[in-house]
Unconditional design. Structure first.
Length: 234
């Protein structure tokens, strides 16, 4: 059996495991910093006077542009699916920002319309225009989701080092399913920490189930293929 299919030497596995565990601890602390920021935002009161770093500011803005289009993806079977998006660009103070909005908000809003905004550390977290209200994740929430997603592959390397240690087991097709789990796992953890709507739970759960099935079926097929190879050698 070549080096590709054989286990790494014990000393090398220990070094890789130590590095992976160190990375996992670092990622956990990294995500913890974003979690603290997300909690601080949720506990922050509305500013009563001049905007400050520890309160949610209420500011007046202006819609300066609108945009719509389609975001398209092509599945592995060649089927193309597109989802429309609607955006408004608002100016508030010396800042401008694009924000996704619903179809109704987009249809009723025009350039030059005034908008009431709430901002956290300069980022728009709530937009009110023409009787429509849109809310957005704070920068800390967005960062937390990305950091949780980045932690998952590192956790996978720790498991691989303990359970397998074979290069062929690390760089393998089923592991694409494991990587795909990064986003739904991050979504599920975020929802467990801060709550989520029924629709968000359902969509995240279905995505997690899909990538879990991909990983499980892929590794089952890989295991059968290895058994078949050993049987042929006999």
């Amino acid at each position: 059996m070549g080096a590709w299919h054989g286990r790494l030497p014990a000393w090398l596995r220990i070094l890789v495991l130590a590095a992976a565990v160190t990375g996992l601890i670092g990622c956990a602390r990294w995500a913890g910093e974003a979690y603290d920021g997300a909690v601080a935002y949720r506990r922050a009161p509305l500013c009563t006077g001049a905007p400050g770093p520890d309160c949610v500011a209420r500011v007046t803005g202006t819609v300066i542009d609108t945009a719509t289009g389609e975001s398209c993806t092509t599945a592995s079977d060649g089927v193309r699916s597109c989802t429309p998006y609607y955006r408004l660009r608002v100016r508030y103070g010396d800042r401008t920002a694009w924000r996704d909005v619903g179809h109704g908000t987009y249809e009723d809003t025009h350039r030059g319309d005034p908008a009431r905004l709430r901002t956290w550390h300069g980022a728009v977290v709530r937009l009110e225009v023409r009787g429509h209200t849109e809310t957005y994740l704070s920068p800390a929430d967005q960062s937390l989701a990305l950091r949780l997603a980045a932690t998952w592959p590192v956790f996978g390397v720790v498991l691989w080092t303990v359970v397998s240690g074979r290069l062929s087991g690390l760089i393998a097709f089923p592991n694409l399913g494991w990587l795909g789990l990064s986003l739904p796992v991050a979504g599920l953890v975020h929802g467990a920490l801060f709550g989520a709507s029924i629709l968000e739970w359902a969509m995240t759960g279905m995505l997690a189930a899909f990538f879990t099935a991909w990983t499980a079926i892929g590794w089952r097929m890989e295991w059968r293929w290895r058994r078949w190879r050993r049987w042929r050698r006999w």
